[in-house]
Write a protein that binds this ligand. Structure first.
Ligand code: CO
Length: 281
């Protein structure tokens, strides 16, 4: 039986946003999309050659109830957190963090000649894991496996593709996260589990998704309908996109700023703990 193909059902043009202490970035997915993109919460594209757009960075701030995956393409970001982790991630590296019951961290981009370019994805935690112990990991570019065909180059950040397993393994909802680069007219195919949410962010070039005749142009986020097969074909000049997917949690979302819980009471408690200085366990 032929598998049903996943078709684009929503488009999300990247919208300019100011975050942190004054970082100009493009928000692709966020609060208004939360119900549609379950188990994901947010997808930001940061990218600028002008240090003024990013040096202010993201000084010390808390998180609870989520996991974040930060994927750098250009530039370097220095980080530190309340667990005592310190480090710098550079081009091609991934930083992955479970806020769980509470973490306080900062992310400060360093001025780089090539500018700053990368993505941050927020992945929701299931109710049962909201208050788990926080954890953190850096993954170096050289540890991200690459599947190469004449038409496609696929970096496997999380989940499995073509027999390769990505190094980001402990995100609770076990998402797939691929960085797909296609040459001129290049094709990419993937079997996808029915019922899982699948999204892409096209950030370079042009591409067609599924058999739909509409050519998509960077920079755009795409939500796909359910199905067993994902296909993409680059337009002239090639294309590059992030593809991510995961099983929806189907749980209530209570979200205020950097904290995402299931109920209003849990949010109030988190902010009370922040005021009282008891947020970090
Ligand atoms: Co943060």
């Amino acid at each position: 039986m032929k598998k049903t193909e996943r078709l684009v059902i929503r488009r999300f043009p990247a919208r300019p946003t100011m975050e942190g202490a004054g970082v100009r970035l493009k928000r692709v997915l966020g609060y208004p999309e939360r119900e549609l993109i379950d188990p994901f919460l947010l997808f930001d594209h940061f990218g600028s050659k002008d240090p003024e757009d990013y040096v202010a960075g993201f000084p010390w701030h808390p998180h609870r109830g989520i996991e974040t995956v930060t994927y750098m393409l250009e530039g370097r970001t220095e980080h530190g957190d309340s667990l005592g982790n310190r480090g710098v991630i550079g081009p091609g590296d991934v930083q992955w963090m479970t806020a769980g019951g509470g973490i306080i961290h900062q992310e400060m981009p360093l001025v780089s000649p090539g500018g700053l370019r990368g993505f941050q994805l927020w992945v929701n935690l299931p109710k049962s894991a909201k208050m788990m112990d926080p954890r953190y990991r850096d993954v170096q570019s050289c540890d991200i496996p690459v599947a190469e065909t004449p038409e496609a180059r696929v970096r496997v950040v999380a989940g499995s593709y073509a027999g390769l397993r990505g190094p980001v393994r402990d995100v609770v909802v076990e998402p797939l996260y691929l960085d797909v680069t296609l040459g001129d007219g290049g094709r990419f195919e993937l079997d996808t589990p029915q019922g899982h949410t699948f999204l892409a962010y096209l950030f370079e070039g042009r591409a067609f998704f599924g058999s739909a005749p509409a050519e998509m142009e960077a920079e755009i986020g795409l939500l796909f309908g359910d199905g067993g097969a994902f296909t993409a074909r680059a337009g002239d000049g090639g294309a590059r996109f992030i593809l991510f997917g995961g099983r929806p949690l189907g749980e209530p979302i209570a979200w205020r700023g950097p904290i995402v819980m299931n109920t209003r009471e849990e949010l109030d408690q988190a902010f009370r703990e922040l005021r009282d200085g008891t947020f970090i366990r």
